[in-house]
Ligand binder design. Structure first.
Ligand code: DLL
Length: 442
């Protein structure tokens, strides 16, 4: 908040970001109709679903017709992995990105050259909204790889013509050295890593106002709070903006905050958002919390029609002081499924369960305890030993514990603290088992 005094709103593409809403609706209708046709003609499973629902491509002409289309789910990406949902021939796909899934196989999405172009534009808008210009130096500390964070931020900064430092994540001392030497002005990483960087900067005796040139950051990929925003802003002396996205829809840049820092503008000329009641699938009005659903209307590699994100938030079309007319989504307040986002990594309890059932001497009774210590997420896995194991030697128990820890790291991709507990010590529940205690205050 303290940095708002210097606020100057920059807009990358005013023609689209400040578009008249009636005109936008018309454009969305045209793009939606073309996407539905593409999907119907090229993706067998989607055609079957539309046929089963009695919907023909010609029936979908405006945004109001969206409600007649069937939903798509993360399970569809698993079931039709890797190419089954692509609407363009493989030769037209120029990039694959992905995120982790329950089976250890990633959820993948394929982009055509045109899709990458749209994504770059969305990220250029995102960075511009945080104050980035061609004069800036953008340090990208999101991971580069199948994860969309690194490449997305790189492409947006490149589109603007800024100077890019593609650092990828980790190696904190080196990040800070480069930040100082190169004069980084915009930082892109997860909010938890921004906090860690900020705290390390302070521990190293670096005064951001005197020794660094940082002015803003675009932080996302995991849920965070207003308190975390304030903490990061004070540690690094910057404006900290929230950015949202998901692999299936494009990656980061689906929605972004302007310097008003009051919700994320959704790039509605490329994606149509809906909020639905997760139990009934019925559309909900602006202002009502529910599950966020996206339809891509310019993608041709792997378009998504009514994709259920399972993220819970609200939408608002209230006017924003920045001048953009694009609707805003509030912070993600939870999920409708059991996916956890721990240090930016998507974790399903079933992934951990698959490791536990493969280990000797432990029972399938476990509890995951997620917490946030010093602004970094922690995961503790408590699992019951069998009676036989409980009376075994300490060194054997320790070997099993180490095996489970290593397996979780390799299957899920994050470090955890594994505790083998006494038989029958984990509380049993009568209905659905409660396997997760999330102590993070979100
Ligand atoms: O996390 C894309 C991304 C990269 C977004 C960098 C922002 C910055 P996935 O790995 O597919 O993609 O994970 C998508 O992460 O459904 C949300 O549950 C969560 N998520 C992403 N951004 C935010 C955010 C990237 N700003 C899943 N706030 C989504 C809360 C977020 N949750």
């Amino acid at each position: 908040m303290i940095y708002m005094a210097q606020k100057q709103h920059r807009i990358y593409n005013p023609a689209m970001e400040c578009i008249d809403r009636e005109q936008l609706k018309k454009l969305q209708g045209e793009r939606l109709a073309a996407t539905v046709k593409l999907e119907y003609e090229n993706v067998a499973v989607y055609r079957e679903r539309m046929d089963a629902a009695g919907v023909k491509p010609e029936d979908i002409r405006t945004v109001d017709d969206l409600k007649y289309l069937p939903f798509m789910e993360k399970t569809d990406l698993r079931d039709y992995y890797p190419y089954g949902l692509m609407a363009s021939p493989k030769s037209a796909i120029v990039r694959i990105h992905g995120s982790s899934g329950t089976t250890g196989k990633p959820i993948v999405s394929g982009d055509t050259r045109g899709d990458l172009d749209v994504w770059s534009e969305m990220m250029a808008r995102t960075l511009t909204a945080a104050g980035c210009t061609s004069e800036d130096i953008v340090q990208v500390a999101y991971g580069f790889g199948l994860f969309t964070g690194g490449f997305g931020a790189y492409q947006g900064a490149d589109r603007i013509g800024a100077m890019v430092l593609p650092m990828s994540s980790g190696n904190t001392q080196r990040q800070i050295m480069m930040m100082k030497d190169m004069g980084t002005s915009i930082l892109c990483c997860t909010p938890s890593y921004a906090t860690y960087l900020g705290e390390t900067v302070r521990e190293m005796g670096i005064d951001p106002k005197r020794h660094l040139k940082l002015k803003a950051g675009c932080f996302g990929a995991e849920p965070w709070t207003e308190e975390m925003r304030q903490h990061i802003e004070e540690l690094l002396g910057i404006d900290a903006c929230d950015i949202y996205g998901l692999t299936e829809i494009a990656g980061p840049g689906v929605a972004f905050e302007c310097l008003e820092k009051h919700g994320m503008h959704i790039n509605e000329d490329h994606v149509i958002p809906e909020i639905i009641n997760p139990a009934t699938g019925e559309q909900l009005p602006y202002g009502t919390p529910g599950e966020l659903v996206f339809t891509t209307i310019t993608k041709t590699g792997m378009p998504m029609l009514r994709y259920r994100t399972h993220d819970i938030c609200t939408l608002t079309d209230e006017k924003c002081a920045c001048g953009r007319t694009l609707v805003r989504m509030g912070r993600i307040t939870g999920r409708t499924d059991d996916m956890l986002v721990i240090r930016g990594v998507n974790v399903f309890p079933s992934q951990i369960e698959s490791v536990l059932v493969s280990a000797e001497g432990v029972a399938p009774h476990y509890m995951l305890i997620v917490d946030r210590v010093n602004n970094s997420d922690t995961l503790e896995v408590q699992v019951e030993m069998t009676e036989g194991m409980f009376s075994d030697t300490i060194s054997h128990i320790e070997n099993v514990r180490k095996y489970i820890t290593d397996q979780i790291k390799s299957v899920v991709g994050i470090a955890s603290k594994v505790k083998l507990v006494a038989p029958k010590s984990i509380p049993r529940s009568e209905g659905k088992a409660k396997r997760v205690i999330d102590n993070r205050k979100l």
